[in-house]
Design a protein around this ligand. Structure first.
Ligand SMILES: [Mn+2]
Length: 351
């Protein structure tokens, strides 16, 4: 039996992706889900697991109809889903009354329940959130009942406020595969057996690195999985170390080059470090050439010509301050103290 495991699609979110992309981002989340559905159809995948937070918030009825329509188009695929902490089943949630097509099973109870698919020799266990937080370790409370040859747990959470998970206990209970959601970074807790698929697309600027889904196969020999990196964009970090010779123009060129090398479709957080010419102040406003920088921080420090300053100030406080740090290595704490102090003294004098 072949399956696809996705999680944290967060439909309805509008991820920040810089000026050139942000408007497109919320529809790209829908495109990503549609692409997974097309893959299931093309490859006749037997099972699609959705490990919670399909929506970023309470789904609208039209949004559920949209997703329902996608899933209904899958003739060869069973879909099993649960609600996570973002799309928890509130009293007035449309999840309560929505009619999915016959190939879709939503495990809506707050207690662990089990859906059986005898044609696949398969049982899938899971529960849905009915509130934003669940602090109880619910997944370890029950064991798989061995109703079918293959048993999968579909689970959402793993931190203190969202169903804490004890990996060893859960593994010992003998599920063939534990399909996890909630943590946005794809993570293998136990190879081929217990995996966070991660957010299908990055939804937050903290979601750095590749995103996608898990493709797996379960048979007598056990479970084998692979991660499929499918996301259209990635959040990346760039660090640029400047020196005294770097001008604003050159910095802009270098940022451009790094973004071109990393892919202009990706989204960047840029940190500028090092020692700049004290006369130069970088104007960051013109540096976002491709419109895909979401964060830019200038952490540079001015590189003073200390020998010259010392010569000119031998008789005063500034001179003796510099003297007390002579020989401090660049990048050391002492050197930083020297720069900060010199700047403070020069600024005071200018007033
Ligand atoms: Mn979550």
């Amino acid at each position: 039996m072949r399956f696809i495991h996705i999680a944290d699609v967060h439909l309805g979110a509008s991820p920040d992706a810089g000026s050139a992309y942000s408007k497109k981002r919320s529809s790209e989340l829908w495109d990503a889900l549609a692409e997974v559905v097309r893959t299931c159809r093309r490859e006749e995948t037997e099972l699609l697991l959705v490990a919670g937070d399909l929506f970023h918030r309470q789904p609208l009825l039209r949004e559920l109809k949209e997703v329902g329509g996608m899933f209904a188009s899958l003739e060869k695929t069973k879909v099993v889903l649960i609600a996570g902490n973002h799309d928890y089943i509130r009293q007035d949630s449309y999840y309560r009354t929505f009619h999915w097509s016959s190939n879709v099973t939503m495990l809506k109870e707050e207690k662990l329940e089990c859906a059986e698919f005898p044609e696949l020799n398969l049982a899938v266990y899971g529960l849905s959130y009915h509130s934003r937080e669940i602090r109880e370790a619910r997944y370890e409370q029950e064991r798989p009942r061995r109703r079918q040859k293959y048993e999968i747990l579909l689970a959402h959470g793993g931190d203190e406020n969202h169903i804490p998970i004890h990996k060893a206990t859960l593994l010992a209970q003998g599920y063939d595969y534990v399909a996890l959601g909630h943590i946005h970074k794809p993570q293998v807790l136990e190879e081929n057996r217990m995996i966070y698929a991660g957010a299908l697309e990055p939804v937050d600027t903290a979601d750095c690195g590749p995103h996608g889904y898990v493709k797996g196969e379960l048979d007598e020999k056990g479970c084998r999985t692979e991660f499929v990196s499918s996301a259209g964009r990635e959040y990346r970090q760039i660090r640029i170390a400047v020196d005294k010779a770097m001008t604003g123009f050159q910095l802009r060129e270098q940022i451009c080059r790094e973004i071109e090398a990393g892919g202009t479709q990706n989204i960047y957080k840029v940190r500028i470090t090092g020692y700049r010419d004290p006369e130069i102040r970088f104007d960051l406003s013109g540096m976002d050439v491709y419109g895909n920088i979401v964060e830019m921080s200038d952490e540079t420090k001015p590189a003073y010509a200390f020998e010259k300053l010392l010569m000119q100030n031998e008789e005063n406080l500034l001179g003796s301050y510099i003297k007390s740090f002579l020989g401090a290595e660049e990048n050391s704490v002492e050197y930083q103290a020297l720069c900060l102090g010199v700047r403070a003294l020069i600024d005071t004098r200018a007033e």
